[in-house]
Design a protein around this ligand. Structure first.
Ligand code: SAH
Length: 460
Protein backbone atom coordinates (compact mmCIF):
# COMPACT_ATOMS: atom_id res chain seq x y z
CA UNK A 1 0.00 0.00 0.00
CA UNK A 2 1.41 3.38 -0.97
CA UNK A 3 2.17 5.61 1.95
CA UNK A 4 0.05 8.75 2.17
CA UNK A 5 2.11 11.93 2.10
CA UNK A 6 0.67 14.23 4.75
CA UNK A 7 2.04 16.75 7.23
CA UNK A 8 0.11 15.06 10.09
CA UNK A 9 0.37 11.56 11.55
CA UNK A 10 -2.15 9.19 13.08
CA UNK A 11 -2.22 9.17 16.91
CA UNK A 12 -0.26 12.46 17.12
CA UNK A 13 -1.59 15.54 18.96
CA UNK A 14 -1.81 19.02 17.42
CA UNK A 15 -2.91 22.47 18.49
CA UNK A 16 -5.07 24.00 15.81
CA UNK A 17 -7.45 26.87 15.04
CA UNK A 18 -10.65 26.05 13.21
CA UNK A 19 -11.52 28.06 10.10
CA UNK A 20 -14.66 26.58 8.68
CA UNK A 21 -17.33 23.87 8.89
CA UNK A 22 -17.76 21.01 6.43
CA UNK A 23 -21.24 20.53 5.05
CA UNK A 24 -21.63 17.68 7.56
CA UNK A 25 -20.99 20.19 10.36
CA UNK A 26 -17.47 19.12 11.39
CA UNK A 27 -14.86 21.80 12.16
CA UNK A 28 -12.09 22.29 9.59
CA UNK A 29 -8.56 23.14 10.74
CA UNK A 30 -5.41 23.14 8.64
CA UNK A 31 -1.87 22.02 9.39
CA UNK A 32 0.51 23.27 6.68
CA UNK A 33 -2.50 23.66 4.42
CA UNK A 34 -3.65 20.06 5.05
CA UNK A 35 -7.31 19.91 6.22
CA UNK A 36 -8.32 18.03 9.36
CA UNK A 37 -12.01 17.46 10.08
CA UNK A 38 -13.04 17.36 13.74
CA UNK A 39 -16.56 16.77 15.03
CA UNK A 40 -17.96 19.24 17.58
CA UNK A 41 -15.50 22.03 16.74
CA UNK A 42 -16.54 25.46 15.49
CA UNK A 43 -14.85 28.15 13.40
CA UNK A 44 -12.58 30.49 15.43
CA UNK A 45 -12.06 27.90 18.14
CA UNK A 46 -8.58 26.81 19.26
CA UNK A 47 -8.19 23.25 20.44
CA UNK A 48 -5.88 20.38 21.11
CA UNK A 49 -6.80 17.51 18.83
CA UNK A 50 -5.65 13.96 18.17
CA UNK A 51 -5.44 12.74 14.59
CA UNK A 52 -7.26 9.41 14.36
CA UNK A 53 -7.17 8.79 10.62
CA UNK A 54 -5.14 10.10 7.71
CA UNK A 55 -6.63 9.86 4.23
CA UNK A 56 -5.48 11.10 0.87
CA UNK A 57 -6.10 14.85 0.96
CA UNK A 58 -7.55 15.14 4.48
CA UNK A 59 -7.38 13.75 8.01
CA UNK A 60 -9.94 13.06 10.73
CA UNK A 61 -9.27 14.24 14.25
CA UNK A 62 -10.86 14.03 17.68
CA UNK A 63 -11.34 17.01 19.96
CA UNK A 64 -9.18 16.55 23.08
CA UNK A 65 -9.32 19.94 24.76
CA UNK A 66 -11.04 23.16 23.77
CA UNK A 67 -8.65 26.06 24.48
CA UNK A 68 -10.65 28.96 23.09
CA UNK A 69 -14.40 28.84 22.56
CA UNK A 70 -16.41 30.44 19.79
CA UNK A 71 -18.88 33.10 20.87
CA UNK A 72 -21.46 31.11 18.95
CA UNK A 73 -20.96 27.93 20.98
CA UNK A 74 -23.83 26.92 23.25
CA UNK A 75 -24.53 23.86 25.39
CA UNK A 76 -26.55 21.47 23.28
CA UNK A 77 -29.99 21.36 24.95
CA UNK A 78 -30.60 17.70 24.13
CA UNK A 79 -29.19 15.26 26.72
CA UNK A 80 -28.62 12.55 24.10
CA UNK A 81 -27.15 14.84 21.42
CA UNK A 82 -23.72 13.21 21.34
CA UNK A 83 -25.06 9.64 21.22
CA UNK A 84 -27.77 10.11 18.63
CA UNK A 85 -26.33 11.77 15.55
CA UNK A 86 -29.74 12.88 14.26
CA UNK A 87 -28.77 16.53 14.88
CA UNK A 88 -25.29 17.86 14.06
CA UNK A 89 -25.44 21.54 14.98
CA UNK A 90 -27.01 21.83 18.44
CA UNK A 91 -23.70 23.14 19.86
CA UNK A 92 -23.95 26.14 17.51
CA UNK A 93 -26.33 29.01 18.36
CA UNK A 94 -29.40 29.10 16.09
CA UNK A 95 -28.25 32.39 14.59
CA UNK A 96 -24.89 30.75 13.90
CA UNK A 97 -26.64 27.84 12.18
CA UNK A 98 -28.62 30.13 9.88
CA UNK A 99 -25.46 31.99 9.01
CA UNK A 100 -23.56 28.76 8.35
CA UNK A 101 -26.31 27.59 5.98
CA UNK A 102 -26.29 30.82 3.96
CA UNK A 103 -22.51 30.79 3.67
CA UNK A 104 -22.46 27.19 2.65
CA UNK A 105 -24.94 27.87 -0.18
CA UNK A 106 -22.89 30.85 -1.34
CA UNK A 107 -19.62 28.89 -1.31
CA UNK A 108 -21.10 25.96 -3.24
CA UNK A 109 -22.72 28.23 -5.86
CA UNK A 110 -19.34 29.86 -6.46
CA UNK A 111 -17.24 26.68 -6.36
CA UNK A 112 -19.44 24.19 -8.22
CA UNK A 113 -21.80 26.48 -10.13
CA UNK A 114 -19.15 29.09 -11.03
CA UNK A 115 -21.73 31.76 -10.24
CA UNK A 116 -20.66 35.29 -9.47
CA UNK A 117 -21.99 35.54 -5.92
CA UNK A 118 -21.45 39.29 -5.95
CA UNK A 119 -24.27 39.48 -8.47
CA UNK A 120 -26.54 36.69 -7.25
CA UNK A 121 -28.59 37.62 -4.25
CA UNK A 122 -28.16 34.85 -1.66
CA UNK A 123 -30.52 36.01 1.10
CA UNK A 124 -30.10 35.37 4.82
CA UNK A 125 -31.58 31.96 5.71
CA UNK A 126 -35.23 32.11 6.73
CA UNK A 127 -35.31 30.43 10.12
CA UNK A 128 -37.98 29.48 12.63
CA UNK A 129 -39.04 31.63 15.53
CA UNK A 130 -39.03 28.54 17.73
CA UNK A 131 -36.73 26.02 16.03
CA UNK A 132 -37.81 23.04 18.18
CA UNK A 133 -40.57 20.40 18.05
CA UNK A 134 -41.01 20.84 14.33
CA UNK A 135 -41.02 17.30 12.87
CA UNK A 136 -44.44 15.91 12.01
CA UNK A 137 -43.17 12.38 11.47
CA UNK A 138 -41.41 10.04 13.90
CA UNK A 139 -39.91 6.84 12.61
CA UNK A 140 -38.37 4.82 15.41
CA UNK A 141 -36.72 1.41 15.42
CA UNK A 142 -37.92 -1.02 18.11
CA UNK A 143 -35.70 -3.46 20.00
CA UNK A 144 -35.65 -5.41 23.25
CA UNK A 145 -33.82 -5.03 26.54
CA UNK A 146 -34.28 -7.32 29.55
CA UNK A 147 -37.65 -8.49 28.40
CA UNK A 148 -39.03 -4.99 27.71
CA UNK A 149 -39.18 -2.98 24.51
CA UNK A 150 -36.98 -0.04 23.58
CA UNK A 151 -37.93 2.47 20.91
CA UNK A 152 -35.70 5.34 19.94
CA UNK A 153 -32.70 5.60 17.69
CA UNK A 154 -29.65 3.68 16.56
CA UNK A 155 -26.62 4.81 18.52
CA UNK A 156 -24.18 6.62 16.22
CA UNK A 157 -22.20 4.17 14.07
CA UNK A 158 -23.89 1.12 15.60
CA UNK A 159 -26.99 -1.00 15.46
CA UNK A 160 -27.82 -0.74 19.16
CA UNK A 161 -31.18 0.86 19.76
CA UNK A 162 -31.24 3.45 22.52
CA UNK A 163 -34.57 4.15 24.21
CA UNK A 164 -35.78 7.72 23.85
CA UNK A 165 -38.66 9.44 25.56
CA UNK A 166 -38.19 12.87 24.03
CA UNK A 167 -36.67 14.09 20.82
CA UNK A 168 -36.39 17.86 20.97
CA UNK A 169 -37.03 18.35 17.26
CA UNK A 170 -40.16 16.16 17.25
CA UNK A 171 -43.69 17.41 17.78
CA UNK A 172 -44.32 16.34 21.40
CA UNK A 173 -47.48 14.50 20.25
CA UNK A 174 -45.34 12.11 18.21
CA UNK A 175 -43.16 11.22 21.18
CA UNK A 176 -46.21 10.72 23.39
CA UNK A 177 -47.83 8.39 20.89
CA UNK A 178 -44.64 6.37 20.36
CA UNK A 179 -44.33 5.90 24.13
CA UNK A 180 -47.98 4.95 24.54
CA UNK A 181 -47.88 2.45 21.66
CA UNK A 182 -44.65 0.95 22.97
CA UNK A 183 -46.19 0.46 26.43
CA UNK A 184 -49.32 -1.14 24.98
CA UNK A 185 -47.26 -3.54 22.85
CA UNK A 186 -45.11 -4.38 25.84
CA UNK A 187 -48.16 -5.18 27.93
CA UNK A 188 -49.32 -7.71 25.32
CA UNK A 189 -45.89 -9.30 25.14
CA UNK A 190 -45.29 -8.30 21.54
CA UNK A 191 -41.71 -9.13 20.58
CA UNK A 192 -39.45 -6.75 18.73
CA UNK A 193 -37.79 -7.83 15.51
CA UNK A 194 -34.37 -9.35 16.00
CA UNK A 195 -32.06 -8.48 13.13
CA UNK A 196 -29.60 -11.32 13.64
CA UNK A 197 -32.11 -14.14 14.07
CA UNK A 198 -34.67 -12.63 11.68
CA UNK A 199 -37.33 -13.40 14.31
CA UNK A 200 -39.79 -11.35 16.33
CA UNK A 201 -42.44 -9.06 14.99
CA UNK A 202 -42.25 -5.30 15.49
CA UNK A 203 -39.51 -3.52 13.49
CA UNK A 204 -40.47 0.16 13.50
CA UNK A 205 -43.21 2.41 14.82
CA UNK A 206 -44.00 5.39 12.65
CA UNK A 207 -46.25 8.24 13.74
CA UNK A 208 -47.50 11.06 11.51
CA UNK A 209 -49.14 14.15 12.90
CA UNK A 210 -51.20 16.78 11.09
CA UNK A 211 -50.12 20.03 12.71
CA UNK A 212 -53.26 21.96 11.76
CA UNK A 213 -55.85 19.16 11.99
CA UNK A 214 -54.21 17.41 15.01
CA UNK A 215 -54.95 14.05 13.36
CA UNK A 216 -52.58 11.18 14.05
CA UNK A 217 -51.62 8.07 12.08
CA UNK A 218 -49.84 5.10 13.66
CA UNK A 219 -47.92 2.74 11.38
CA UNK A 220 -46.56 -0.61 12.55
CA UNK A 221 -43.75 -1.99 10.42
CA UNK A 222 -43.71 -5.72 11.05
CA UNK A 223 -41.88 -8.79 9.80
CA UNK A 224 -45.01 -10.82 9.09
CA UNK A 225 -48.69 -10.08 8.49
CA UNK A 226 -49.91 -12.00 11.55
CA UNK A 227 -50.23 -9.95 14.62
CA UNK A 228 -50.55 -11.34 18.17
CA UNK A 229 -53.34 -9.68 20.18
CA UNK A 230 -54.18 -7.49 17.20
CA UNK A 231 -57.69 -6.52 18.30
CA UNK A 232 -56.66 -5.77 21.88
CA UNK A 233 -53.75 -3.59 20.76
CA UNK A 234 -55.95 -1.64 18.34
CA UNK A 235 -58.70 -1.18 20.94
CA UNK A 236 -56.20 0.04 23.53
CA UNK A 237 -54.70 2.56 21.11
CA UNK A 238 -58.06 3.96 20.08
CA UNK A 239 -59.24 4.13 23.71
CA UNK A 240 -56.13 5.87 24.99
CA UNK A 241 -55.41 8.11 22.01
CA UNK A 242 -58.58 9.64 20.58
CA UNK A 243 -56.63 11.75 18.07
CA UNK A 244 -55.49 8.62 16.24
CA UNK A 245 -57.56 8.49 13.06
CA UNK A 246 -55.67 5.78 11.25
CA UNK A 247 -53.75 2.62 12.19
CA UNK A 248 -51.76 1.04 9.39
CA UNK A 249 -49.50 -2.00 9.06
CA UNK A 250 -46.60 -2.25 6.66
CA UNK A 251 -45.04 -5.67 6.18
CA UNK A 252 -41.29 -5.95 5.69
CA UNK A 253 -40.13 -9.55 5.62
CA UNK A 254 -36.64 -8.83 4.29
CA UNK A 255 -33.27 -8.92 6.03
CA UNK A 256 -32.53 -5.30 5.28
CA UNK A 257 -31.87 -1.85 6.71
CA UNK A 258 -34.62 -0.44 4.52
CA UNK A 259 -37.48 0.47 6.82
CA UNK A 260 -40.56 -0.29 4.72
CA UNK A 261 -41.70 -3.34 2.78
CA UNK A 262 -43.99 -3.34 -0.25
CA UNK A 263 -47.29 -4.26 1.41
CA UNK A 264 -49.30 -1.70 3.38
CA UNK A 265 -52.75 -2.43 4.93
CA UNK A 266 -55.12 -0.31 6.94
CA UNK A 267 -55.81 -2.03 10.29
CA UNK A 268 -58.28 0.46 11.65
CA UNK A 269 -59.85 3.78 10.67
CA UNK A 270 -58.93 5.84 7.63
CA UNK A 271 -56.29 5.27 4.99
CA UNK A 272 -55.34 8.95 5.30
CA UNK A 273 -54.90 11.69 7.79
CA UNK A 274 -55.31 15.29 6.67
CA UNK A 275 -53.25 18.42 7.11
CA UNK A 276 -53.29 21.96 5.76
CA UNK A 277 -50.58 24.21 4.44
CA UNK A 278 -51.94 27.71 4.10
CA UNK A 279 -55.40 27.29 2.56
CA UNK A 280 -54.69 23.98 0.87
CA UNK A 281 -55.74 20.71 2.46
CA UNK A 282 -53.76 17.52 1.90
CA UNK A 283 -54.52 13.83 2.41
CA UNK A 284 -51.42 12.04 3.64
CA UNK A 285 -51.10 8.27 3.45
CA UNK A 286 -48.57 6.08 5.26
CA UNK A 287 -46.14 5.94 2.37
CA UNK A 288 -46.54 9.30 0.65
CA UNK A 289 -43.83 11.95 0.73
CA UNK A 290 -44.87 14.94 2.78
CA UNK A 291 -42.49 17.63 4.02
CA UNK A 292 -41.58 17.00 7.68
CA UNK A 293 -41.59 20.62 8.85
CA UNK A 294 -45.06 21.97 8.03
CA UNK A 295 -44.47 25.47 9.42
CA UNK A 296 -41.42 26.02 7.21
CA UNK A 297 -43.02 24.24 4.27
CA UNK A 298 -45.47 27.11 4.13
CA UNK A 299 -42.54 29.55 4.07
CA UNK A 300 -40.86 27.54 1.32
CA UNK A 301 -43.94 27.26 -0.89
CA UNK A 302 -44.85 30.91 -0.40
CA UNK A 303 -41.36 31.83 -1.57
CA UNK A 304 -41.73 29.56 -4.61
CA UNK A 305 -45.06 31.24 -5.37
CA UNK A 306 -43.54 34.71 -4.95
CA UNK A 307 -40.64 33.85 -7.30
CA UNK A 308 -43.05 32.45 -9.91
CA UNK A 309 -44.65 35.96 -10.09
CA UNK A 310 -47.97 34.63 -11.34
CA UNK A 311 -50.72 36.91 -12.60
CA UNK A 312 -53.34 34.25 -13.29
CA UNK A 313 -52.53 33.95 -17.01
CA UNK A 314 -49.64 31.49 -16.82
CA UNK A 315 -49.25 27.86 -17.74
CA UNK A 316 -47.03 26.29 -15.12
CA UNK A 317 -45.17 22.98 -14.93
CA UNK A 318 -44.39 21.47 -11.53
CA UNK A 319 -41.73 18.81 -12.10
CA UNK A 320 -41.13 16.25 -9.32
CA UNK A 321 -44.50 17.21 -7.82
CA UNK A 322 -44.94 14.43 -5.21
CA UNK A 323 -48.54 14.53 -3.91
CA UNK A 324 -49.09 17.83 -5.71
CA UNK A 325 -48.27 20.14 -2.83
CA UNK A 326 -46.50 22.89 -4.77
CA UNK A 327 -48.77 22.36 -7.81
CA UNK A 328 -51.92 23.07 -5.80
CA UNK A 329 -50.31 26.04 -4.10
CA UNK A 330 -49.47 27.50 -7.54
CA UNK A 331 -52.80 26.56 -9.13
CA UNK A 332 -54.53 29.14 -6.94
CA UNK A 333 -52.69 31.89 -8.84
CA UNK A 334 -52.07 30.37 -12.31
CA UNK A 335 -54.15 29.63 -15.42
CA UNK A 336 -53.21 25.97 -15.22
CA UNK A 337 -50.63 23.68 -13.67
CA UNK A 338 -49.20 20.42 -15.00
CA UNK A 339 -47.56 18.25 -12.33
CA UNK A 340 -45.25 15.33 -13.11
CA UNK A 341 -44.05 12.69 -10.67
CA UNK A 342 -42.53 9.21 -10.93
CA UNK A 343 -44.45 7.47 -8.10
CA UNK A 344 -47.94 6.40 -9.29
CA UNK A 345 -49.46 6.43 -5.77
CA UNK A 346 -48.27 10.00 -5.26
CA UNK A 347 -50.05 11.06 -8.46
CA UNK A 348 -53.24 9.37 -7.25
CA UNK A 349 -52.87 11.40 -4.04
CA UNK A 350 -52.21 14.57 -6.05
CA UNK A 351 -55.44 14.09 -8.02
CA UNK A 352 -57.38 13.38 -4.84
CA UNK A 353 -55.88 16.48 -3.23
CA UNK A 354 -56.91 18.63 -6.20
CA UNK A 355 -60.45 17.34 -5.85
CA UNK A 356 -60.44 17.79 -2.09
CA UNK A 357 -59.68 21.48 -2.58
CA UNK A 358 -61.99 21.96 -5.56
CA UNK A 359 -59.00 22.86 -7.74
CA UNK A 360 -59.89 22.16 -11.38
CA UNK A 361 -56.95 23.77 -13.21
CA UNK A 362 -54.31 21.23 -12.16
CA UNK A 363 -53.48 18.13 -14.18
CA UNK A 364 -51.10 15.36 -13.19
CA UNK A 365 -49.09 12.73 -15.03
CA UNK A 366 -47.06 9.74 -13.85
CA UNK A 367 -43.57 9.28 -15.25
CA UNK A 368 -40.02 10.53 -15.27
CA UNK A 369 -39.98 14.30 -15.58
CA UNK A 370 -37.15 14.00 -18.12
CA UNK A 371 -39.36 11.82 -20.37
CA UNK A 372 -42.88 13.19 -19.82
CA UNK A 373 -42.02 16.90 -20.14
CA UNK A 374 -40.01 16.61 -23.42
CA UNK A 375 -42.91 14.59 -24.92
CA UNK A 376 -45.46 17.10 -23.71
CA UNK A 377 -43.40 19.88 -25.31
CA UNK A 378 -43.06 17.94 -28.58
CA UNK A 379 -46.86 17.72 -28.71
CA UNK A 380 -46.92 21.50 -28.96
CA UNK A 381 -47.46 22.48 -25.32
CA UNK A 382 -45.73 25.44 -23.70
CA UNK A 383 -45.11 26.66 -20.16
CA UNK A 384 -44.54 30.21 -18.93
CA UNK A 385 -43.07 29.09 -15.63
CA UNK A 386 -41.38 25.82 -14.70
CA UNK A 387 -40.96 24.82 -11.08
CA UNK A 388 -38.63 21.93 -10.29
CA UNK A 389 -38.22 20.26 -6.89
CA UNK A 390 -35.98 17.26 -7.58
CA UNK A 391 -34.58 14.72 -5.10
CA UNK A 392 -30.98 15.11 -3.86
CA UNK A 393 -29.42 14.05 -7.14
CA UNK A 394 -30.85 17.12 -8.87
CA UNK A 395 -32.46 17.48 -12.32
CA UNK A 396 -31.84 15.07 -15.15
CA UNK A 397 -29.87 16.60 -18.04
CA UNK A 398 -32.67 15.81 -20.51
CA UNK A 399 -35.09 17.89 -18.43
CA UNK A 400 -32.66 20.83 -18.28
CA UNK A 401 -32.25 20.61 -22.05
CA UNK A 402 -36.02 20.72 -22.56
CA UNK A 403 -36.26 23.76 -20.29
CA UNK A 404 -33.64 25.48 -22.44
CA UNK A 405 -35.58 24.58 -25.61
CA UNK A 406 -38.93 25.59 -24.17
CA UNK A 407 -37.62 28.89 -22.78
CA UNK A 408 -40.18 29.61 -20.04
CA UNK A 409 -39.90 33.20 -18.78
CA UNK A 410 -39.09 31.93 -15.30
CA UNK A 411 -37.67 28.87 -13.64
CA UNK A 412 -38.15 28.34 -9.92
CA UNK A 413 -35.77 25.74 -8.57
CA UNK A 414 -36.57 24.24 -5.14
CA UNK A 415 -33.60 22.21 -3.94
CA UNK A 416 -32.61 20.14 -0.91
CA UNK A 417 -29.00 19.82 -2.08
CA UNK A 418 -26.92 22.95 -2.80
CA UNK A 419 -24.30 20.88 -4.68
CA UNK A 420 -26.63 19.61 -7.39
CA UNK A 421 -28.49 22.93 -7.41
CA UNK A 422 -25.20 24.68 -8.24
CA UNK A 423 -24.39 22.16 -10.99
CA UNK A 424 -27.84 22.60 -12.59
CA UNK A 425 -27.80 26.40 -12.29
CA UNK A 426 -24.57 26.44 -14.27
CA UNK A 427 -26.26 24.51 -17.11
CA UNK A 428 -29.23 26.89 -17.09
CA UNK A 429 -26.94 29.94 -16.96
CA UNK A 430 -24.92 28.72 -19.94
CA UNK A 431 -28.23 28.15 -21.75
CA UNK A 432 -29.40 31.76 -21.34
CA UNK A 433 -30.91 32.02 -17.86
CA UNK A 434 -29.84 34.37 -15.12
CA UNK A 435 -29.96 33.37 -11.46
CA UNK A 436 -31.57 36.29 -9.67
CA UNK A 437 -32.52 35.26 -6.16
CA UNK A 438 -31.49 32.40 -3.92
CA UNK A 439 -33.43 31.99 -0.69
CA UNK A 440 -32.17 29.39 1.81
CA UNK A 441 -35.00 28.17 4.07
CA UNK A 442 -34.28 26.31 7.29
CA UNK A 443 -36.51 23.26 7.01
CA UNK A 444 -34.35 21.16 9.36
CA UNK A 445 -33.05 23.21 12.32
CA UNK A 446 -30.07 21.71 14.20
CA UNK A 447 -29.15 19.47 11.28
CA UNK A 448 -26.80 20.43 8.45
CA UNK A 449 -29.51 20.15 5.79
CA UNK A 450 -30.42 23.27 3.88
CA UNK A 451 -33.24 23.85 1.42
CA UNK A 452 -33.18 26.66 -1.18
CA UNK A 453 -35.65 28.34 -3.49
CA UNK A 454 -34.01 29.94 -6.53
CA UNK A 455 -35.47 32.25 -9.14
CA UNK A 456 -34.05 32.27 -12.66
CA UNK A 457 -35.21 34.53 -15.48
CA UNK A 458 -34.66 34.26 -19.21
CA UNK A 459 -31.79 36.60 -19.94
CA UNK A 460 -32.88 38.22 -23.19
N1 SAH B 1 -42.58 18.83 -4.62
C1 SAH B 1 -42.96 17.80 -3.69
C2 SAH B 1 -42.01 16.59 -3.67
C3 SAH B 1 -40.53 16.85 -3.75
S1 SAH B 1 -39.52 15.45 -3.37
C4 SAH B 1 -43.14 18.37 -2.29
O1 SAH B 1 -42.67 19.47 -1.99
O2 SAH B 1 -43.78 17.72 -1.47
C5 SAH B 1 -39.01 14.91 -4.96
C6 SAH B 1 -40.02 14.06 -5.68
O3 SAH B 1 -39.47 13.69 -6.95
C7 SAH B 1 -40.38 12.74 -4.99
O4 SAH B 1 -41.78 12.69 -4.85
C8 SAH B 1 -39.88 11.65 -5.98
O5 SAH B 1 -40.71 10.54 -6.01
C9 SAH B 1 -39.90 12.38 -7.30
N2 SAH B 1 -39.00 11.90 -8.36
C10 SAH B 1 -37.78 11.35 -8.26
N3 SAH B 1 -37.23 11.15 -9.46
C11 SAH B 1 -38.13 11.60 -10.38
C12 SAH B 1 -38.12 11.69 -11.82
N4 SAH B 1 -37.09 11.26 -12.54
N5 SAH B 1 -39.20 12.22 -12.42
C13 SAH B 1 -40.26 12.66 -11.69
N6 SAH B 1 -40.31 12.60 -10.34
C14 SAH B 1 -39.26 12.07 -9.68
Amino acid sequence: MAKIQAPVMKNEYYEVTFEDLTHEGAGVAKVEGFPIFVENALPDERAKIKVIKVNKGFAIGRLIELQEQSEKRIDAPCPIYSQCGGCQLQHLSYEGQLDFKRKQVEQVLARIGKLDVNKVNVHPTLGMENPWNYRNKAQVPVGEREGGLVAGFYQKRSHDIIDMERCLIQQAENDDVVQAVKTICERYGIRAYNEEKHKGWLRHIMVRYGLVTKEIMVVFVTRTADFPHKNEVITEITNQLPQVKSIVQNINNKKTNVIFGDETNVLWGEEYIYDKIGDVKFAISARSFYQVNPEQTKVLYEKALEYAELTGEESVIDAYCGIGTISLFLAQKAKNVFGVEIVPEAIEDAKRNAELNGIANAEFAVGEAEVVIPEWYKQGNQADVIVVDPPRKGCDEALLKTILDMKPKKVVYVSCNPGTLARDLQVLELGGYKTVEVQPVDMFPHTTHVECVTQLVLNM
